[in-house]
Design a protein around this ligand. Structure first.
Ligand code: HEM
Length: 185
């Protein structure tokens, strides 16, 4: 098997590893982003008032003939609120699975190695105790002051469409227009 070599000449990751990483980036990045954009189109066609607000913002930030740039993307407040609300309501990955590889204790519960833990993202994103009685409605304004305020300042994370912790999505800043400057997500 052919190996990639670092500056010191020692073997690093293999060519097969690099190919595997490329495939992972392709599959992890393509389908998720495409589902998000599709739902955004559907939802904006159902809520033309938000479509108008988003369009007005894009034209204001970039101008009618302007080319979008990375800096401008992080100033799209309305668009980001819309994308967050779509990610909440139509969570791209409805559940995450993590398997323990050694005995662990989580919130006072001991789990042996080999236990499959399932995090039902879609259920958490629709939980009325967290999001309020309008949890199933499209209301991007709930994200106007950032994610913590939107989810009622609950102690545990309640919005994680990109996962959480060390295995969190490495591409999350790409679809969500970089880390916004206006909020505190
Ligand atoms: C709306 C778009 C996206 C969503 C909702 C999304 C969501 C996620 C989620 C939930 C995970 C699993 C985290 C975990 O296991 O805890 C993940 C992992 C990952 N995502 Fe994304 N993702 C998106 C876009 C992208 C893009 C654009 C890329 C690459 C350009 C990407 C690359 C990856 C990779 C490489 C992983 C694996 C990280 C690891 O296991 O260390 N994702 N993503």
């Amino acid at each position: 098997m052919e190996h990639c070599r670092g500056g010191d000449g020692k073997a690093g990751i293999t060519t097969d590893d690099v190919i595997g990483e490329c495939k992972l980036f392709y599959f992890a990045g393509m389908e998720t982003t495409s589902v998000l954009l599709n739902w955004t189109m559907v939802v904006l066609s159902m809520h033309p008032e938000w479509q108008d607000r988003a369009r007005e913002e894009v034209l204001r930030v970039f101008g009618s003939g302007g080319t979008p740039d990375y800096d401008g993307l992080s100033r799209l407040r309305i668009v980001t609120m819309v994308l967050y609300e779509v990610l909440r309501l139509y969570t791209t990955l409805p559940a995450l699975q993590q398997q323990t590889n050694k005995p662990v204790e989580l919130s006072g519960v001991r789990y042996p190695a080999g236990v499959m833990l399932v995090l039902p993202l879609l259920c958490i994103h629709h939980d009325r105790d967290v999001w309020g009685p309008d949890a199933s409605e499209f209301r991007p304004e709930r994200f106007a002051d950032g994610i913590a305020k939107a989810s009622g300042d609950v102690d545990v994370p309640a919005f994680f469409p990109f996962g959480w912790g060390p295995r969190t999505c490495v591409g999350q800043n790409f679809p969500r227009c970089s880390r916004p400057r206006w909020g505190s997500p």
